[in-house]
Every structure is written in structure tokens, then in C-alpha cells.
Design a binder for this molecule. Structure first.
Ligand SMILES: Cc1cc2nc3c(=O)[nH]c(=O)nc-3n(C[C@H](O)[C@H](O)[C@H](O)COP(=O)(O)OP(=O)(O)OC[C@H]3O[C@@H](n4cnc5c(N)ncnc54)[C@H](O)[C@@H]3O)c2cc1C
Length: 467
């Protein structure tokens, strides 16, 4: 309760002023005795409710996950499949869909299958069979890689999945009430063997486990001691086109490389296509990132030599379906030295490993995190705690949770370091920008760089059950 809401309750008659301890002091002006009595009753109600806020017990939860993005929902669903309830706190008032679509590689399908939503998404998206790269400098095709090749973990599978459908597929499988929207976490506090999570709306939640899946600007990562994600100096423009009739795209991942940019176009289904362009903006070009009309014109001008049917799809993109993003990453050193987990707190997804999108692995890696984290954490809850005193029991459970999160951190650390490092290097080479790098990329490295996309996706995070 604030001074302003209280004064509106009292209309023009008086003002309640709250001090920092939520003790209302009251000033009444210009009232007759009857009015004062009525107002006093209202004031007492206000005082009672403000004292209630001040003394309210925090809500208790076992597992709290911050963020209902890919990482948060996968972790929550994984835990749910293993019989463990969690509460997901999401700052937006609904599922927040940023970026339209994402290339979803073999490793991601294994994770989606592990939590039981792979087939829902397979039915909604076309399977891609080839990665075809073309130099827009020479006009030549520089590599063609089959997505049907077999890897160490079986056949490859690649699709471009609409983010909205991925988030919905995960969220729809959760018991109702699992996601609490409009719940922005603003502070974290130690409280014995628990953590107190403070929300912007004044609510406090006490939890035995706190998992930060709150993206690139994570408050949980900050609490764990991570620095802000670093800017690569590069940006991406992404667009999404929904047509009434077929776009006529082949089931290919089409990559185009120019002088200082990398671009791509991929079908999601028969009528929807996703496209992107990454580059290093000059200070003048930074301005165009604010204006979708200028961005579209600029992209079409850069992609002049692109096949006509792909350009036509970009031309048909509505302006509210074109956005620009600065590309960020976490230095691998931070993952080597930093705390992926500390006590009963850990991070997953972009909160842990923001990376450039050049391998298309950030979201796929977040799916892997979710499965591994759910599996490790479930072990801490399935093992029975001994018949000890309450405090010993709490301590024992805290110890198990801590060990489970450490296990998760150890399992993920080097996988994340590998993906961040490789995508950073691949991004720099693929974008080109000097004669030497352009010709190395187009004439020598093209098949190798395309092969890396498959090599890095040839990974199995395993099933939810460890045996
Ligand atoms: C240009 C670009 C292209 C990409 N392409 C691909 C691709 O092709 N394939 C791929 O796999 N990945 C891709 N990625 C990466 C992918 O988008 C991310 O890795 C993925 O979205 C991370 O998911 P997440 O759940 O960790 O974080 P997010 O998707 O960022 O979700 C975090 C959630 O937490 C919520 N939140 C944040 N702070 C708080 C708070 N304080 N309290 C409560 N809630 C909070 C947010 O509202 C959000 O819903 C791309 C990224 C970019 C920038």
C-alpha cells in the first residue's frame, strides 16, 4: 500500500502517509464528526491490511524457476515428468515469444523427445534435408551438406521451429498453475537452507531450490557472480513471413554469405518462412535498427543477388515481423571459473551461456540443460532423507540439492564452453569482411564450416531417468 493509493481511497478528505516500516500516520482535514468516524473505520482497514503485508508469511515452494522461456519450461516439464512440482515465475503477462523461429537441430530433438513433446512439434514443421551455402560475392554455391547423414548418436534431424509453438508445446504439458505470469523477480535473499525470492509486486516466495532461466540479463546469474553478457559488436535482423499460399521453398537451410554479412532463409512449414541477416553495424547503421522500414530496405539491398523467390518472401514480410538484436555472449573464462551453481541456486539457458547464433545452438543447448538439470535434481528428491531431527533433515536435503546442482554444472560446463567458443569463431569467419577472410570462407572453409553445424548438434543429453 502506498501513500498515493491510500490518498485516493480517502478522496479529497485526508491523506495517509506510510513510513518505511509500513506504519500509516494519518492526517485528516476538513471533516465533520460523522465523516471522521467513517474515515477512521476505513483507515483502520488500511492499517490492518498494511500490517498484514508487513507480517505476511512468504509462500513456500520446493523448486522455483525464474523465466518461462525454453530453458525454464523444459526444466519444469522434465521435473514434472519425474514427479516433482515446480513454480515458474515469468515477468511477462503471457508466454514471451522473441525472435519468431529457431533452427532446431538433432540434439534439440533428443531433448524434446526426452520431455515428451518432440512429436507435437514434428507434425507442425517441415523436415529439412540439405544445408546449401552460396557466396553472394561470386554468385557460386560453396557447399552442400546432407542432413540425412548419420552421426555418433544416430540419424540427424533438422527443422526450423516456430518459437511460439515450441513454448506452447512445453507449457501445455505442465499442470495448471505451474506458471505464474506478471511475476518479475527483483531480489534474492538467503534464509537458512532456503532462498527468499522477492517479486516486483511485493510477493515473497521461499524456496528450497532456485533455478535461473531468466535469459541474457539474468538476475540469478548476477546473484551467482556472473558479469553482464558481453556484446560481440555484431547484430542480427530477423524476419518472419506468413503467406496465404505456399512460399515454394525447398526443404533446405539456405545460407548466403556476403562481404561483411551472413544471411539465411528457412521454411518452417508450407506457408511460413524465417530469414535473418547478421553483420557488424557501423554507428550510422545502428540507427536503422530502430526502423523496420529502413531495415527491410537495407536487407533487400544487401541481398540483391539472392535467388528471386527468397527475396520475394522477404519483400512480403510485414513490418511488425522484422526486428533487430544485438548479439551477446558470455566469455568461456567465466564458465571455467564462475559458479554455474552455488548451494541451492543454479542457472540454465541463456542465463548461463548466451552465445552468438552462428551455430543455431543457443535454444537447443537450453533444451539440453533442462533435461540434464531435471534428471540431476530429481535424484536429490527421490533419495529418502533419514529419520533425523527437523534441522538435520533440512540440512541433509540441502546437501543433496547442492550435490545435484554441482553434478548438473559439471555435466554442462564444457559442452557450453565448446558451443560458445565455436559459435563465436564461426560467426567471425562466416561474416567475412576482408578480401582474405571472404575468399578463405568461400573457397576453402565453406564445407568445413557447414559440417560444424552437424558435428556440434551430434549430441545426446540422455533421457530423464538416469538408468
Ligand atoms: C538472432 C538470434 C538468433 C537465434 N537463433 C537460434 C537458432 O536458430 N537456434 C537456437 O537454438 N537458438 C537460437 N538463438 C538463441 C535462442 O534464442 C536462445 O538461446 C534461447 O531463446 C534461450 O532461451 P532461455 O529460455 O534461456 O531464455 P529466454 O528465451 O530469454 O527466456 C527467458 C525468460 O525469462 C523471463 N525473465 C527474464 N527476467 C526475468 C525476471 N527477472 N523475472 C521473471 N522472469 C524473467 C523473460 O521474460 C523470458 O520469458 C538465437 C538467438 C538470437 C539472438
Amino acid at each position: 500500500m502506498t501513500a498515493s493509493t491510500s490518498s485516493s481511497l480517502l478522496g479529497v478528505y485526508g491523506v495517509i502517509v506510510m513510513d518505511t516500516n509500513l506504519n500509516p500516520s494519518v492526517i485528516l482535514v476538513g471533516l465533520c464528526r460523522k465523516e471522521i468516524r467513517a474515515k477512521s473505520r476505513e483507515i483502520n482497514q488500511v492499517r490492518a491490511s498494511s500490517l498484514e503485508i508487513a507480517t505476511m508469511e512468504p509462500k513456500r515452494e520446493v523448486v522455483v524457476i525464474v523465466g518461462a522461456g525454453i530453458a525454464g519450461l523444459t526444466t519444469s516439464l522434465g521435473l514434472h515428468r519425474l514427479g516433482i512440482r515446480s513454480l515458474v515465475l515469468e515477468s511477462s503477462d503471457g508466454l514471451r515469444v522473441t525472435g519468431f523461429a529457431l533452427s532446431t537441430w538433432t540434439n534439440a530433438w533428443k531433448a524434446l523427445d526426452a520431455v515428451g513433446v518432440g512429436d507435437i512439434l514434428r507434425r507442425q514443421h517441415v523436415r529439412l534435408y540439405w544445408n546449401v551455402t552460396t557466396s553472394l560475392i561470386t554468385g557460386n554455391q560453396t557447399s552442400i551438406t546432407s542432413f540425412t547423414a548419420k552421426g555418433k548418436h544416430g540419424g540427424h534431424e533438422v527443422r526450423c521451429v516456430r518459437r511460439k509453438l515450441m513454448l506452447e508445446a512445453l507449457a501445455n504439458e505442465l499442470p495448471s498453475g505451474t506458471i505464474r505470469y506478471s511475476s518479475k523477480v527483483v531480489a534474492i535473499e538467503e534464509s537458512g537452507f532456503s532462498k527468499l525470492v522477492h517479486l516486483a509486486d511485493g510477493t515473497t516466495i521461499q524456496t528450497k531450490v532456485l533455478i535461473g532461466c531468466d535469459g541474457v540479463n539474468s538476475v540469478v546469474a548476477k546473484w551467482l557472480g556472473f558479469k553482464k553478457a558481453a556484446f560481440t559488436g555484431r547484430s542480427a535482423i530477423r524476419g518472419f513471413t506468413e503467406l496465404i499460399s505456399s512460399h515454394g521453398f525447398e526443404p533446405w537451410f539456405m545460407h548466403f554469405f556476403g562481404d561483411g554479412f551472413r544471411s539465411g532463409a528457412i521454411p518452417c512449414d508450407e506457408k511460413t518462412g524465417y530469414w535473418f541477416l547478421t553483420w557488424t553495424p557501423t554507428s550510422k547503421e545502428e540507427e536503422l535498427e530502430e526502423d523496420p522500414t529502413k531495415m527491410k530496405q537495407w536487407v533487400l539491398q544487401k541481398l540483391e543477388k539472392m535467388p528471386r523467390n527468397v527475396r520475394a518472401v522477404i519483400e512480403k514480410t510485414e513490418l511488425d515481423s522484422i526486428f533487430s538484436w544485438p548479439l551477446k555472449y558470455r566469455s568461456p573464462w567465466e564458465l571455467i571459473r564462475g559458479n554455474i551453481s552455488k548451494g541451492n541456486v543454479c542457472v540454465a539457458g541463456d542465463a548461463l551461456h548466451p552465445m552468438p547464433p552462428d551455430l543455431g545452438q543457443g535454444g537447443c543447448c537450453a533444451l539440453e540443460d533442462g533435461v540434464v538439470l531435471a534428471r540431476c535434481l530429481a535424484e536429490a528428491f527421490t533419495k529418502k532423507v533419514g529419520d533425523n531431527e527437523e534441522e538435520d533433515e533440512e540440512k541433509e536435503q540441502y546437501r543433496r540439492i547442492e550435490a545435484a546442482l554441482k553434478k548438473y554444472a559439471n555435466e554442462r560446463r564444457w559442452r557450453c564452453i565448446d558451443l560458445i567458443t565455436t559459435s563465436y569463431i564461426v560467426g567471425v569467419i562466416q561474416e567475412g569482411g576482408s578480401k582474405l577472410i571472404n575468399s578463405l570462407r568461400d573457397e576453402i572453409l565453406a564445407p568445413f564450416l557447414a559440417g560444424l553445424l552437424l558435428i556440434k548438434s551430434d549430441f545426446d543429453c540422455g533421457k530423464l531417468h538416469s538408468s
